[in-house]
Ligand binder design. Structure first.
Ligand code: HAM
Length: 383
């Protein structure tokens, strides 16, 4: 007789996982803190759908961005629409801003959101296919103080959760006036190194050479070290804006490192870009730094392998790329799984679980019947 085959229980798809109560307590704590600070600074909550039209992301993020090229979960509906599981939250927020007439609200409009995002990545440390972000965006104003304000909120949220050794890396990638000439110079540089580029970068070369600066291939990282830097070619307006952002950060005693090699992975960014990290083996903690101690990264020093807890920047052109009026904006999002991981590693407390004060025991069928309603009677009486 053939042996009966043991049926395997179906597992979660690769890169996704169940979130059990322990992690949910951490999740709640992080969201509560982020929400408390965001609400204090006048941000309003918003929820956008998990499904959006694919074209919402293609141009704004960049046709050759890692996310659009390889990581979007797309589906064709029965009606023929091409939809995607949202890979990020900023393009949907700009869509929602226009769709809901926020352009006629008093400006700037400040919004915050939390939820799941989806990217078909190769699962590895801190990288999942379904992950959660908390994010906030300020739309309708290009004042440098707002760049500093969002950075301050990002820093405070993590610092008040008691995460240590926080480092904000910051750069300016210029705007549509100064970036084209920089791109040309960068293209000239990479043209001479073309044979050493990875397969993807050879393709990116034609579309947007700045994309190559975000490539994670070892050979491309090495080439990046010698590449020309945008900071030297910023126009006067971008220089003044960036200087002002840094002055506000100094004023708020928010420590940062200038990282002139930092570019972000999406096309919608312009001017300020930033990411926040925890530096593992850094002896001097960020909170020990004082104002005006912002240091230029030593270019020879290889930064330790780090995973960004969050990132963001200014995106003044995104609304126009999407076909709307110009709406200058700035924002960020934090990766919640990565923060949970760090909090657990540091044995930081999560949200407290409620402790039961009554344990109901019944003996015999009559008591079992009585107990069936007794617990609810106690709940109603506030026990
Ligand atoms: P992002 O850098 O792609 O930016 O993502 C922000 C953060 O989300 C990352 O720093 C990381 O912590 C987390 N994250 C990203 N991908 C994954 C993943 N596969 N698994 C786990 N965590 C991940 C954005 O998404 C922009 N929308 C941020 C922004 C808001 N820019 C302006 N406003």
């Amino acid at each position: 007789m053939p042996k009966t085959q043991k049926k395997e229980i179906i597992q979660t798809p690769k890169g996704t996982h169940d979130v059990l109560h322990g992690d949910i307590r951490y999740l709640n704590k992080i969201i509560e803190k982020a929400q408390e600070i965001a609400e204090f600074y006048g941000f309003l909550p918003i929820k956008t759908p998990h499904l959006e039209h694919a074209e919402l992301f293609a141009r704004p993020l960049g046709e050759t961005s890692e996310v659009v090229e390889k990581q979007m979960y797309t589906l064709r509906t029965r009606g023929g629409d091409l939809l995607v599981l949202r890979p990020e939250g900023t393009a949907p927020i700009v869509r929602a801003y226009h769709q809901n007439g926020m352009i006629s609200w008093p400006q700037p409009v400040k919004l915050y959101y939390e939820g799941a995002f989806f990217r078909h990545e190769n699962p590895q440390k801190g990288r999942f296919r379904e992950f959660r972000q908390f994010g906030l965006e300020i739309l309708g104003d290009d004042d440098a103080v707002l760049d500093a304000q969002v950075i301050k909120i990002m820093y405070l949220t993590l610092a008040e959760l008691k995460l240590k050794n926080l480092i904000i890396r910051i750069n300016s990638i210029g705007d549509k006036n100064c970036r084209p000439s920089y791109k040309k110079e960068l293209a000239n540089y990479y043209k001479r190194k073309f044979n050493y580029l990875c397969k993807d970068c050879k393709r990116r070369f034609k579309d947007n050479p700045m994309r190559m600066l975000a490539c994670k291939e070892k050979s491309c990282i090495e080439l990046k070290a010698q590449a020309p830097q945008i900071i030297e070619q910023l126009c006067e307006a971008c220089k003044t804006h960036f200087k002002s952002v840094l002055e506000f950060l100094d004023e708020g005693q928010i420590p940062y490192l200038l990282d002139h090699q930092l570019v972000r992975g999406f096309d919608y960014y312009g001017r300020t870009v930033f990411e926040i990290f925890m530096e593992e083996d850094k002896k001097e903690t960020i909170s020990e730094k004082t104002e005006n101690q912002a240091k230029e990264l030593n270019k020879k020093e290889e930064p330790a392998a780090q995973i960004a807890l969050g990132g963001g920047g200014r995106y003044d052109e995104l609304s126009t790329i999407m076909g709307g009026r110009k709406v200058p904006a700035v924002g960020w999002s934090l990766g919640l799984e990565r923060i949970i991981h760090e909090m657990k590693k540091m044995a930081l407390p999560s949200e407290a679980s409620p402790k039961p004060s009554v344990f109901l025991i019944h003996i015999g069928p009559a008591a079992k019947r009585r107990a069936f309603n007794l617990m609810e009677d106690m709940r109603k009486s506030g026990i």
